[in-house]
Design a protein around this ligand. Structure first.
Ligand code: SF4
Length: 398
């Protein structure tokens, strides 16, 4: 993947939620609002992990607190975590520092404290403007609670807010979905993410025949996707990734880093990392660092079960092969509206994009799903519609 030496992104996982939503398979637990002791222990373990993983040799350009529901933590806990990050990493003064929040867990006092702790971007999960849909999804909040929290965040000085919405909900018509689009465009957040609902195995949604039967068909789902693009672009948002839209200059820098192959360190339960490793045998050129990925769920589990244990070794990691990295370069890069850089592929991997993917690219260019614009290869509108199928053809390893 494209590598910018000297830069690092941090992801911090907070796995607590008030309760599980009906469609959720993220690593999160229904901790409830009264699990203060468990959350406090988690924060303590996390602060130790932040210190142990500290690295001041690279500039941290973004920090993203995701979950779960990070906004369940209180102001002191967030301040403690951000202080630990500042003491252990070289945090860019201009760093984007994002916090995922759910309506119903925010208050004036918390929002003030989060701003004071350094958060300058808030990502609020609305999902739908219909209270009926929110109940069906098992969300903890109503539309009014979302609106109160959103307005309060503005009053507390958050000038960079994302709203998450979802399409393809059981029983949802295009007209219903348009009401959600009307609401969010009316609020004018700086960023909007819109994902189609995915039925994940093992969730209450996947077990409900009634809800499954009410899911919109693929054509209706595509119509909602197209409506999103059209309505948001008319309202001044630019689609810069398959499911993400931003006002000019307000793209999420942290996620752009993921899609562009910047190294990141994940902290907290189950958080994955993607970091350079020296001297890997399949390095594309001698002396060029390659990347490894590891998930630190084991270390955090150890902490939670036995908080007195000293910090141990990093958990096992996987060294990514050249093929893994070439695949990821394509999968992630093609998600971006600007696509992938053809010349960077050659510089990163020592083989040209044409040598590795020439046949696939030519096939999809002929069918109108991919297009080359100067040094960039990107999906066309038609290609975005079937991107999941196209990505499969960029796989090099089974
Ligand atoms: S709030 Fe998010 S992480 Fe928590 S249960 Fe709902 S979907 Fe999952």
């Amino acid at each position: 993947m494209q590598q910018k030496p000297g830069v690092l992104e941090l992801y911090v996982h907070i796995p607590f939620c008030v309760r599980k939503c009906n469609y959720c398979d993220f690593l999160s637990f229904a901790a409830g609002r009264d699990s203060r002791e468990l959350m406090e222990r988690y924060c303590q373990a996390l602060r130790e992990e932040i210190r142990a993983g500290g690295d001041t040799s690279r500039l941290v350009t973004s920090v993203f607190f995701g979950g779960g529901t990070p906004s369940l933590l209180d102001g002191n806990q967030m301040t403690g975590l951000m202080d630990a990050i500042r003491a252990s990493f070289r945090l860019d003064r201009e760093a984007e520092i994002s916090l995922e929040a759910n309506p119903g867990t925010l208050s004036h006092g918390k929002l003030e404290a989060f701003r004071q702790a350094g958060f300058n971007r808030l990502s609020i999960g609305l999902q739908s403007a219909s209270d009926q849909a929110l109940v069906m999804l098992g969300r903890i909040h109503s539309l009014d609670q979302f609106l109160d929290n959103y307005e309060e965040a503005r009053r507390c000085g958050f000038t960079n807010i994302n709203i998450d919405i979802m399409s393809g909900l059981p029983g949802q018509s295009l007209e219903d979905y348009k009401k959600t689009l009307d609401l969010v465009t009316g609020l004018r957040p700086e960023h909007i993410s819109s994902y189609s609902l995915i039925v994940e195995e093992g969730t209450p949604l996947a077990r409900s025949d009634k809800l499954l039967a009410a899911l919109p068909d693929e054509e209706a789902d595509r119509a909602m996707y197209r409506e999103t693009g059209q309505r948001l672009e008319e309202a001044g948002y630019r689609r810069y990734e398959i499911s993400n839209y931003a006002l000019p200059g307000k793209e999420c820098r942290h996620n752009l880093g993921y899609w562009s192959g910047l190294p990141y360190l994940g902290l907290g339960l189950g958080a994955a990392s993607y970091l350079p490793v020296e001297q890997a045998s399949d390095s594309p050129a001698e002396g060029t660092p390659t990347f490894c990925r590891f998930s630190n769920s084991r270390i955090m589990k150890t902490y939670l079960e036995s908080p007195w244990l000293p910090y141990g070794k990093r958990p096992d990691y996987t060294i990514l092969t050249l093929e893994d990295r070439m695949e990821e370069y394509m999968f992630l890069g093609l998600r971006k509206r600007e696509g992938v850089s053809i010349s960077s592929f050659g510089q990163n991997f020592g083989r040209s994009l044409d040598q590795v993917y020439g046949n696939v690219v030519r096939t999809y260019e002929k069918s109108g799903h991919l297009e080359t614009l100067g040094d960039r290869l990107r999906l066309t509108e038609k290609g975005i519609d079937v991107s999941d199928y196209i990505f499969r053809d960029f796989m090099l390893v089974d």
